[in-house]
Structure formats: structure tokens, C-alpha cells
Design a protein around this ligand. Structure first.
Ligand SMILES: [Fe+2]
Length: 379
């Protein structure tokens, strides 16, 4: 409520009562008067009182009708009301007054009571207004907060996408740099990456190994697969590019690229911290040469002991090795490669993954046509 005087409207057809109330209130409030509901509506066109006192007993439109008219008028609906009721009519109007849920004051007026009732009504109206303002402010704050959070999530999403793209680019380039050392024109990393993607999507489609892959971000796993041979960076050119068969000693050195891969990714984690991408990359690097029957390296794990990433890469890696020319062999046709993978079911490869591979072998065939590269690499 402002410091200025409140305006009280008195509505009563009884002029004596009207003057009586006016005399009691005029020291504290500005007063305007009307002798009927119609007069009240007319005054409301130019003035906005802080409180309206309405006599319940008026001809034509009584106080209850006048109150209804106010509630229906959007300009006046929020003005607080007090009914005026003659002491002698209290019993007559009691039920109606109760159901109207509007306060009342009795006449003939007793000055201090009328002043107190008006004060209280104005105070309550002020409080109600303050509560409504607070509620509106809270709604505005809430709306602003939600907008801010939405804006922030868009920014975070854009930033995450940028970081992800940068990370994917660095991994791809790193993998290509390693590949360049033992490939003539490359293509192996890209084909195995796509091969892993095809296998994983098929696993999801067929609900196979869902427990192991439940929390996997497939796109991230596929990215991580590119680092499976990153450990070859530590293998000498003399071994990597040797045209003939490796000696046992050379092959033992070659096998160590799995452990070297782990070491390199450990070093990456030392600069960042372990995350989903490096976790998958280490598994691909460390376990892609394990075999289902336990005859692989470096640990000689068997069956389900071999992490799923390693079992998946075993299929994709060997298929690509078979269809690619090597310093010591020509490339095999797709059908021959598929037949060798099938023969390795339960020996070299996870039998379930071989079945999945057989069901999508044509997609692998297409891979080699779309990602060319005269591989002369050595495993
Ligand atoms: Fe390898």
C-alpha cells in the first residue's frame, strides 16, 4: 500500500447511513459514495477504490447482486468488498452472508469498530496482493531459470559435440599415423572400425550380449577400436615391413604390440583421466589377439574370459587380414575369408560372434569395396 490515502467507496441507498459512515472514515480515507449498484458501476468508470462497502439491503439490485456485478467486471473484480448489514437484519441475511464468504460490518455504525474493520480489510488486501506478487515473481524466476538451464544445456551440448569431434579426429589421425608404418596405402583401420560398427549394431538388433553392452556408447566404442594396433608404433620397421616369414623371436617381439598399446593408452590417461573411450581402447589393444580356445596372446585367455571388445576385433581384424594382400601372401576372395572365419568358430573365434558375422558377411564384403587400400601389413 502506498503512503497516499486509500479510497473507500460507500454504496448505500440510505443517505443517513451513508453520511454516518463517511463522517467516521473521512479523517483517514478519501471517500466516494453511490446510492445504488448502478451508481457504483458508473463511478468505477473513472475511479478505482481500494475497498467498497456495500449495503446488502438496497432496492432493485441488492448488495449481493452488486457484489456479483463487481466480480464479473474485470476492472473491478479484484477490489475487496465489505458488506453493510443492519443489526436487525442479521438473522435474515446470516445464511447469505456466510455463503458469500465476504466480511460484513453492522449498522448503526460504532466508529471504532467500522474503522478497525476497514483497516483490517485493507491490510488483508495488501497482504493478498503481496502474496500474489511473490507468487508471480516466483513464476517469473522459475520460467527464467528453466530458460537459462535450457540455454546452458544447448551450450554444453554444443561444447560436448566440439570436444567429441576433436577427440575423434585426434584418434583417427593417431591411428592412421601408426597404420602408415606398416601399410602401403592404409585402409585397415577404417575397415575394421566399420566392421566393428556393423557387428555391434547387429548384436543390438538381435539382443545378443546385451548385458555386456548395456552401458556402452556404441559410437565411442567404434572410435576406440581404431587404437587396437596403436602399440605397433614401438615395433621396428625391420619386423613390421619384413617381406618374409618372421622368426620366432621376431614374432614374440611383434606380439608385444598388445602390451605396448596398453602402455600408450595409459600415457594418454595420465594427461586426461580414465574415461569410457580410453577404457574401451585399452581393451581393444590388449585383447584383440586372444583366441576363444585359449591359444592366443598375450594372456592366453579363453572363451568368455576374453572381453567382448577383443572377441569382436578378432573377427573384424582377421577378416580384413584375409582379404588383404600381405608381404607373404596374396589376398583371399571374400568367400574364402568367410569360410576361414567359419572354420575358426569355437577355436579362434567366439562361436556366437561367428554366427552374427555369417549373417552379415555381405556387409563386410561391401566394406572392402568401399574402403580400398592395398594392405601389405603384418599382424
Ligand atoms: Fe594387432
Amino acid at each position: 500500500m502506498s503512503d497516499s490515502r486509500s479510497l473507500i467507496m460507500l454504496v448505500d441507498d440510505n443517505i443517513a447511513s451513508l453520511m454516518d459512515a463517511r463522517n467516521i472514515l473521512t479523517n483517514q480515507y478519501d471517500i466516494c459514495t453511490a446510492i445504488s449498484a448502478a451508481g457504483m458501476i458508473e463511478i468505477l468508470k473513472t475511479q478505482y477504490p481500494d475497498l467498497i462497502l456495500i449495503d446488502v439491503n438496497m432496492p432493485e439490485i441488492d448488495g449481493f447482486g452488486a457484489a456479483e456485478m463487481l466480480l464479473k467486471d474485470p476492472r473491478a473484480a479484484r477490489i475487496p468488498i465489505l458488506f453493510i448489514v443492519d443489526n436487525y437484519d442479521l438473522a435474515k441475511y446470516h445464511a447469505k452472508l456466510n455463503s458469500a464468504a465476504i466480511g460484513y460490518v453492522c449498522k448503526p455504525f460504532f466508529g471504532p469498530v467500522l474503522i478497525k474493520r476497514v483497516e483490517t480489510q485493507l491490510f488483508m488486501a495488501t497482504q493478498q496482493l503481496a502474496i500474489e506478487r511473490q507468487q508471480q515473481e516466483f513464476r517469473n524466476f522459475n520460467a527464467n531459470l528453466q530458460k537459462m538451464m535450457k540455454d546452458m544445456s544447448v551450450l554444453i551440448e554444443a561444447e560436448s559435440q566440439r570436444v567429441w569431434e576433436l577427440q575423434a579426429a585426434v584418434i583417427s589421425v593417431m591411428a592412421e599415423m601408426v597404420e602408415c608404418r606398416d601399410d602401403v596405402t592404409g585402409g585397415h583401420i577404417e575397415r575394421t572400425r566399420r566392421g566393428i560398427g556393423i557387428l555391434l549394431h547387429k548384436l543390438q538388433e538381435k539382443d545378443i550380449y546385451t548385458e555386456q553392452t548395456l552401458d556402452w556408447n556404441i559410437e565411442m566404442v567404434v572410435q576406440a577400436s581404431q587404437l587396437h594396433d596403436v602399440g605397433k608404433i614401438y615395433i621396428s620397421d625391420a619386423i613390421l615391413q619384413k617381406p618374409g616369414k618372421l622368426t620366432d623371436e621376431e614374432f614374440n617381439t611383434m606380439k608385444r604390440h598388445t602390451d605396448y598399446g596398453n602402455t600408450i593408452i595409459d600415457r594418454i590417461e595420465a594427461y586426461t583421466r580414465p574415461n569410457e573411450l580410453t577404457r574401451h581402447a585399452k581393451i581393444f589393444a590388449g585383447f584383440h589377439h586372444e583366441k576363444w580356445n585359449g591359444s592366443g596372446y598375450p594372456l592366453g585367455l579363453a572363451g568368455q574370459e576374453i572381453p567382448l571388445q577383443g572377441r569382436l576385433m578378432a573377427v573384424a581384424d582377421v577378416y580384413d587380414a584375409l582379404i588383404s594382400p600381405r608381404p607373404y601372401k596374396d589376398s583371399f576372395p571374400h568367400e574364402k575369408a568367410v569360410s576361414i572365419i567359419k572354420e575358426g568358430k569355437g577355436a579362434h573365434f567366439d562361436p556366437i560372434l561367428v554366427d552374427v558375422f555369417m549373417s552379415i558377411a555381405e556387409e563386410f564384403k561391401l566394406l572392402y569395396k568401399t574402403v580400398q587400400g592395398d594392405n601389405l601389413r603384418r599382424d
